[in-house]
Ligand binder design. Sequence first.
Ligand code: 5GP
Length: 193
Amino acid sequence: MKLLEERIRRDGVIKKGNVLKVDSFINHQMDIPLFNEMGKEFKRLFADAKVDKILTIEASGIGIACVVAQYFDCPVVFAKKAQSINLDGEMYTTKIESFTHKRVYDVIVSKKFLHPGDHVLIIDDFLANGCAVNGLIELIENAGAIVEGVGIAVEKGFQIGGKLIRDRGIHLESLAIVESMDDETGTIVFREQ
Ligand code: 5GP
């Protein structure tokens, strides 16, 4: 999606450790007209998908997911990072290692909001090593629901997550795929798609 690529080139900041900061339009301040264009694009890319529900993870996936959901006319559920897990059987749980914070979170979704047979579209801001998306897939599978697809704003194509998900035959669409980025020169190369 050219609009997103141009915005990343203009306002994205490449940090050491393969981190791309997009705080001025996605991760802290949010550009809603841009999110709206992303929603339209996901709707086009998943035009044939049956989507009952969008699943994302707190915190930074929530804003994008809410705008995208308006195009699919469905609710958004966000997986919560839990301080402690209440093992009363009312929650689906998994563990997710955070790429940016370098720690493992227990992540939960209430059984009230994910049902067997639900067709679920996963939406998130970034795809790096795939831990977040894999955790969300696990929650969906534990619920007996169906992974309809995965929609990502920015995939870092030089990390393994995208390949792992595509190799599983899951329909993955990333609006911008960063092929390489250099924190010293500020150079960023996108995959043609
Ligand atoms: P993964 O689980 O695929 O390794 O990493 C994806 C998660 O880590 C995303 O939910 C996102 O919040 C965060 N993340 C990974 N890489 C980046 C990055 O380069 N920039 C930002 N802002 N977040 C990232």
